[in-house]
Ligand binder design. Structure first.
Ligand code: BJW
Ligand code: ZN
Length: 248
């Protein structure tokens, strides 16, 4: 893989890197994306029926079971070379922050120490009524209907962000700050269609940051990137690190 010398130099000079990721980064770990034409979850299921508060109110058991199935898919998933290369960056750059839309926890499993989860985490359980986080252990996956909250008897739901819900405020503020301050802003494996997360690469570019896009397909955000690298995260990232820091 050939990388522009200016790209390698920008990486080597960076003191602060932000890495914004989406479902494509976990695709090589066997976790389906949302919008890939044949294999994406939204090719088979309707987001309105499964990933909105209205859907949960209409049919909590169906939504709970769908997430139990997703948890099962993710349970055995391991970080892939893309996750591991992102974690490796911490050994080469003084400050690295991962801003992810993914709910699978694989960046942390790969060893990333600073991870902002914009859309929550699928392993958390939160009460739909009182909003408290409830630790119910692994037994929750075994049941077909959402368990009850020990505080208010409301229904538990997965701790992810559904359409129409606000992103966690602190996570969002930190992510926006990272986009403003990072020398290099990676945008990897996201269709960049879901707001407000998709505004981050635009924000980074408007603040004069070097935006690097990695995706096998073109997205609406290619225009905001100084460098567009076409390919899979698990192939491009290890090659990029090896070329930028050949001695490591
Ligand atoms: C590879 C690869 C490989 C493949 N290597 N790449 C402005 C305009 C229009 C609409 C809105 C707007 N502002 C808000 C909205 C509404 C809505 C929205 O954005 N809708 C649009 C879709 C039209 N946004 C919201 O509702 C958000 N909330 C909000 O705005 O609240 C406002 C509010 C304020 C105050 C009070 C109340 C409300 C919330 C959005 C929540 C999104 N939730 C989901 C589900 C999470 C839980 C779960 O997992 O079930 O998050 S939807 C889904 O999309 C998931 C993802 O995180 C998110 C983004 O998807 P992502 O990661 O980009 O995946 P894909 O599949 O789209 O793309 C994969 C990419 O990878 C592709 O490009 C491939 O090519 C690539 N790829 N293999 C690298 N190996
Ligand atoms: Zn409750």
């Amino acid at each position: 893989m050939d990388f522009a010398p200016e790209l390698l130099e920008a990486l080597r000079q960076a003191r602060h890197v932000a890495v914004f990721t989406g479902a494509g980064v976990s695709a090589e770990s066997g976790i389906p994306t949302f919008r890939d034409a044949q294999t994406g979850l939204w090719a088979q299921y309707r987001a309105e029926d499964l990933a909105t508060p209205d859907a949960f109110e209409r049919d909590p058991a169906m939504v709970w079971q769908w997430y139990a199935w997703r948890r099962e898919l993710m349970q055995s998933a391991q970080p892939n070379p893309g996750h591991r290369a992102i974690a490796e960056l911490e050994r080469r750059v003084p400050r690295v922050c991962v801003i992810t839309q993914n709910v699978d926890g694989l960046h942390r499993m790969a060893g990333c120490s600073d991870v902002i989860e914009l859309h929550g985490n699928i392993w958390d359980n939160v009460c739909f009524s009182c909003g408290r986080r409830v630790d119910r252990g692994e037994d929750v996956n075994a049941v077909d209907t959402p368990p009850r909250c020990p505080h208010c008897n409301g229904l538990l739901r997965p701790g992810v962000v559904w359409f129409g819900e606000a992103l966690p405020a602190e996570a969002w503020q930190r992510a926006a700050q990272e986009a403003e301050l990072a020398d290099v802003f990676f945008c990897i494996g996201t269709s960049s269609l879901v707001e407000p997360a998709a505004s981050l690469p635009r924000h980074a570019q408007s603040c004069g940051r070097t935006v690097i896009q990695i995706n096998p397909e073109s997205t609406g955000h290619d225009a905001f990137a100084r460098f567009v690298l076409r390919g899979k995260a698990g192939e491009v990232l290890p090659a990029l690190l090896a070329d930028a820091w050949p001695a490591c």
